[in-house]
Design a protein around this ligand. Structure first.
Ligand code: FES
Length: 232
């Protein structure tokens, strides 16, 4: 498959963000970019990234198979990730996964035959204070129970876009991949959505009440600690 000029243009823009001689650092966003076009990271996508960055296909393949965000099979419009790590597991995450698996008729990293939903187990999603959590295309749905999780996937399959507990309104996985490649969310509605959750803000509120502040950022602070500098 040859990629349209727009993808080449975006790839050049991504690579230009990195210092000369460090273009290989652009690999992660470039993989998101080809995924936004193909719906997954295809062999063609790997060849494209390798050529653009002067890497071997084996190097690109190694990176793309290391990170779970890169899909090697066509994924659905809606990637439903259920956290089954320790805290979410203790609060019912595994049961949520099994409930959704039964409803959708798919297992981990599988996509419904109609191509709408890909289901996956996820490691800690860094939202333990809202356990058990589910994300759809990386937007959070907090404190889920079985009925809410079922309602969520049913709405997605009906073409609706439920509002996440926090973060921007949902967009498809391909649209999200463009953002993950480092491009702005072009939707006006992308600025809408729910702000930080109460559990997250509780610490900041307590600190404000107690008058606790963090030291201000010192732009003149040395990049290497003095004792480490002297030890050299
Ligand atoms: S264990 Fe589920 S978000 Fe941390």
């Amino acid at each position: 498959m040859s990629y349209p000029e727009k993808i080449h243009e975006q790839a050049r823009e991504v690579i230009a963000r990195y210092p000369e001689g460090r273009s290989r650092s652009a690999l992660l966003p470039l993989l998101h970019l080809v995924q936004s076009h193909d719906g997954c990271v295809t062999d063609e996508g790997i060849a494209f990234c390798a050529e653009a960055l002067g890497l071997t296909k084996a190097q690109v393949q190694a990176v793309s198979t290391f990170y779970t965000m890169y899909k090697r099979e066509p994924a659905g419009d809606w990637l439903v990730s259920v956290c089954t790590n320790t805290l979410c597991h203790a609060k019912g995450g595994q049961r949520l996964f099994e409930t959704l698996s039964e409803e959708l008729g798919v297992g981990h990293d599988e996509t419904t035959p109609d191509g709408t939903v890909t289901l996956e187990h996820a490691e800690c999603l860094a939202a333990c204070d809202y356990a058990p959590v589910v994300t759809v295309n990386y937007e959070f749905f907090d404190n889920m129970d079985d009925a809410e999780a079922l309602d969520l996937v049913r709405q997605l399959r009906e073409g609706k876009r439920p509002i996440p507990s926090r973060g921007a309104p949902l967009c498809t996985l391909r649209e999200m991949s463009v953002q993950l490649a480092g491009f702005e969310d072009g939707r006006e509605a992308g600025l809408e959505g729910n702000a930080g959750g109460d559990a997250t803000l509780a610490g900041a509120r307590l600190a404000a009440e107690a008058g606790v502040t963090a030291p201000a950022f010192d732009p003149d602070a040395p990049l290497v600690a003095k004792d480490k500098e002297e030890a050299k």
